[in-house]
Design a protein around this ligand. Structure first.
Ligand code: HT9
Ligand code: FE2
Length: 340
């Protein structure tokens, strides 16, 4: 379908920018969620270790600056707005600003490569609530498709991984074990979306291009009450297991489930997972997130162009095909407990 778009809206999670922001931010994240207060206070400490600042907002500003240059050079000439779920700039304020500027219809780029409640439906709900707050004349937002198997995302991830493999002495490089890591979610939630199969496919596509490495998909940042089952294996448990087996010198973590650095990457990977490895004498390195990799920025422009033109050429690597433009009604349901 051809529709006239007059803006791009980057939709993201948001993060605190100083010590006093941390608790109100976490309260926003966890409102209505089944996560114990102790877990929240523990996570608050992770943020405080970094001065209460998550890198996510700076990363999104950098992403927008890079995309502005990309669109200025190649088109389409559209202004870029930015709205978050959990911290300023909040989506409702951004939609109000867009309405004031006369924006009628925007294309939404969500900063999640994989389909999950958090990365898809919850953002669509956030937008709907923001539109209700703005009321009459709030811009329509059409979400761009999921890009887990887009050549731009896969190629950028491959390059990020190659960059870090180069740091391993040549005689050990091919033997390095690769761990693709993504945010864990409750098993019940995973049953309502394609998160796991998309992650497996993206990991496979990257591995296929790297060639020859032993690799595994693992999960990080488990939350929720202890009785609730979440996706496994946990990255730290997995590294411990590798230590017990022995014979592994180098592990490369590829944070494939995150498009930019944020607290889960700095703390759960660069602090926790690296400590676990170092104690076992394993050299643990981490690939950069795709961030502002030029191929990734170009991918965003390609997704925009593809949607504006309505072309049938929608690039996707591997077996799963291009993801849908318009989410079906049962896409990424919020299921949190398994019904018995
Ligand atoms: C699938 C997924 C993604 C990837 C897709 C997407 O991008 O959405 C993601 C991203 C992120 N998660 C983030 C932060 C947090 N996630 C939490 C909690 C949770 N995440 C969940 C899932 C995901 N999360 C779930 C099932 C929970 C339990 C509560 C609930 O059911 O929602 C909590 C609460 C504390 C805790 O419980 O750990 C925090 C602080 C940040 C920003 C970090 C920063 O500030 O730099 C980002 C980008
Ligand atoms: Fe969806």
């Amino acid at each position: 379908m051809n529709a006239a778009y007059d803006a791009i809206l980057v939709v993201s999670f948001g993060g605190p920018e100083g010590p006093d922001d941390v608790i109100p931010f976490l309260e926003n994240v966890l409102r209505g969620k089944n996560v114990p207060r102790e877990r929240m206070l523990e996570v608050a400490e992770h943020y405080q270790q970094f001065g209460g600042v998550s890198p996510i907002n700076a990363q999104n500003r950098a992403l927008i600056a890079a995309l502005e240059l990309e669109l200025a050079a190649h088109g389409p000439q559209l202004p870029i707005y930015w709205g978050n779920r959990n911290w300023t700039p909040y989506l409702a304020d951004t939609l109000e600003e867009m309405k004031q500027a006369g924006v009628k219809r925007a294309l939404g780029f969500f900063t999640s490569a994989f389909s999950s409640y958090s990365g898809c439906r919850q953002y669509r709900e956030d937008i709907q609530r923001a539109q209700e707050q703005v009321g009459e004349g709030a811009p329509v937002v059409d979400k761009l498709r999921m890009f887990f198997n887009h050549p731009g995302f896969i190629e950028a991830t491959v390059e990020r991984t190659e960059e870090v493999l180069q740091q391993i002495p040549e005689d050990r490089r091919d033997k390095a074990t690769i761990l693709y890591s993504a945010h864990s979610i409750p098993l019940a939630m995973a049953a309502g979306c394609k998160y796991e199969v998309q992650l497996k496919e993206a990991a496979r596509l990257v591995s296929e291009r790297l060639g020859g490495h032993s690799s595994h998909l693992v999960y990080q940042s488990r939350s929720g009450p202890p009785h609730q089952p979440w996706l496994e294996p946990d990255i730290c448990d997995f590294i411990k297991e590798l230590g017990v087996q022995g014979g592994i010198e180098d592990v490369v973590i590829v944070p494939i489930g995150f498009v930019s650095d944020h607290m889960e990457v700095l703390f759960d990977l660069d602090t926790e997972a690296k400590d676990v490895g170092n104690e076992l004498g394993i050299n643990v390195l981490r690939a950069k997130t795709v961030g502002v990799h030029p191929r990734f920025i170009t991918m965003i422009r390609e997704l925009i162009e593809e949607r504006i033109s309505g072309t049938d050429e929608r690039p996707a690597l591997g077996e799963m095909g291009a993801s849908h433009d318009v989410c079906p009604v049962d896409c990424c349901l919020r299921v949190t407990e398994v019904k018995r």
